[in-house]
Design a protein around this ligand. Structure first.
Ligand SMILES: *[C@@H]1O[C@H](CO)[C@@H](O)[C@H](O)[C@H]1NC(C)=O
Ligand SMILES: *[C@@H]1O[C@H](CO)[C@@H](O)[C@H](O)[C@H]1NC(C)=O
Length: 386
């Protein structure tokens, strides 16, 4: 004895019987199937009322004869009187009007299956009752749909072949990653069901939210996608006696460079360039523009950078910030000189107290007797005395 062939070769994408829209029918569907389908849907709707199959010939197909009819059909009939006392003349799908005992039931409950769940859509598993077989998450019917409907036939069998839900390819089962997420993040992992992904902000910005997410069995993410915090640097501080070389903005993007310049005769103390870092700070504190110092000597030579020079021979008679100037002082008791060094600090350079500016006469008349020109004292003497 062969298995009953599919009586109603249709499946629902979603068997929502309560909608008034025409049901989507998969596979080869004849006009007859549609009619039946609507009828069955109606029966399913009237769940609390005993299903009362129609007996009108227009809505029941003619018994299909020939090779396509493989199931055992009950005795054909036109009216109840053709069927004796215990049977009624009812529409039995492709068998057409047949003598059916309406109280007979189809197997229920069905043994539990790993790939699908069967659900009775009618109050009892009796003749014409509907059953939905829905694939479990991760499984699908060969048609690609996830559910099908079977009907309890007059031969006490559920219509159609036993549906087989096959495990869907894991490569197909993924959680959605919208464009705005993939464009903002570098994503580690393939978003497959049962796996985790890791996000990193392409902009280098900080992640707000969970940096890891899990793709659940129902193809949804465990957490909402994080967001990349937009990072900006505050406008850089102004520099006295200097310029910030950058377009004026209220905020600067990560990676933006700012250059500093000092006004003429000012010396840049600090970085010439700062960059906006991904944590919103500048790579360095802004520099300072330091003033040069006028050498506070005119008629004496001084030592600058290891060279003994007249101040008027030096450009503008100035030294840069941080520059050292060695002045020559006379030993209090001997005819010899010693050096005393002072450093220029942001425009300020005080000569040492021992330094005496020669008079114009001394300078003009006795240039060789100027302190800067006489013999240097012995080093050992200088060190111990001063
Ligand atoms: C930003 O990052 C730099 C370099 O990594 C670090 O030196 C600085 O302290 C950080 N600033 C803040 C506010 O975290
Ligand atoms: C000036 O002298 C100080 C102390 O000796 C030294 O540290 C500094 O490097 C000198 N500056 C210059 C520009 O040579």
């Amino acid at each position: 004895m062969t298995r009953p062939p599919p009586l109603l070769p249709f499946s629902f994408q979603k068997p929502r019987v309560r909608t008034s829209q025409p049901q989507k029918v998969a596979g080869p569907a004849s006009r007859m199937d549609c009619t039946l389908l609507l009828l069955l849907s109606l029966w399913a709707l009237t769940g609390t009322i005993t299903p009362q199959p129609t007996r009108t010939t227009e809505s029941c197909p003619q018994r299909l004869l020939g090779d396509e009819r493989k199931r055992t059909c009950p005795r054909p009939c036109k009216a109840d009187k053709d069927c004796g006392s215990r049977r009624q003349c009812l529409c039995d799908g492709q068998c057409g009007l047949s003598c059916v005992a309406p109280g007979r039931t189809c197997p229920w409950p069905l043994p539990p299956r790993e790939d699908s769940v069967a659900r009775l859509l009618s109050p009892t598993p009796s003749f014409s009752a509907l059953m939905e077989v829905r694939c479990k998450p991760g499984f699908a019917l060969p048609s690609g749909l996830d559910a099908t409907i079977r009907r309890c036939q007059g031969d006490r069998q559920w219509s159609g072949e036993e549906p087989i839900c096959a495990a869907a390819s894991p490569a197909i089962l993924t959680c959605p990653l919208p464009d705005d997420v993939t464009s903002a993040f570098g994503i580690e992992g393939d978003a497959a069901v049962g796996t985790s992904i890791r996000y990193s902000c392409l902009s280098g910005a900080d992640i707000v939210g969970s940096s890891e997410n899990y793709c659940q069995d129902n193809q949804t993410w465990q957490y909402p996608h994080p967001i990349c915090k937009k990072v900006y640097c505050e406008p850089p501080r102004e520099v006295e006696q200097g310029y910030v070389v950058a377009v004026q903005k209220t905020e600067y993007e990560v990676g933006f460079d700012i250059h500093y310049l000092c006004k003429k005769n000012f010396w840049l103390d600090g970085p010439q360039k700062v960059t906006c870092l991904s944590n919103g700070s500048w790579s360095a504190a802004p520099p300072s523009c330091r003033a040069r110092c006028l050498i506070p000597a005119e008629r004496s030579r001084v030592m600058i950078d290891g060279v003994k020079r007249w101040p008027f021979d030096i450009t503008d008679a100035m030294v840069p910030h941080g520059g050292n100037v060695t002045f020559y002082c006379k030993h209090p008791h001997q005819q010899c000189s010693f050096g005393a060094t002072r450093t220029c600090s942001d425009g300020k350079l005080q000569p040492p107290a021992c330094y005496l500016e020669p008079t114009w006469l001394q300078y003009k008349l006795f240039p060789h007797r100027l302190v800067s020109e006489i013999e240097a004292c012995e080093a050992a003497f200088v060190e111990t005395t001063f």
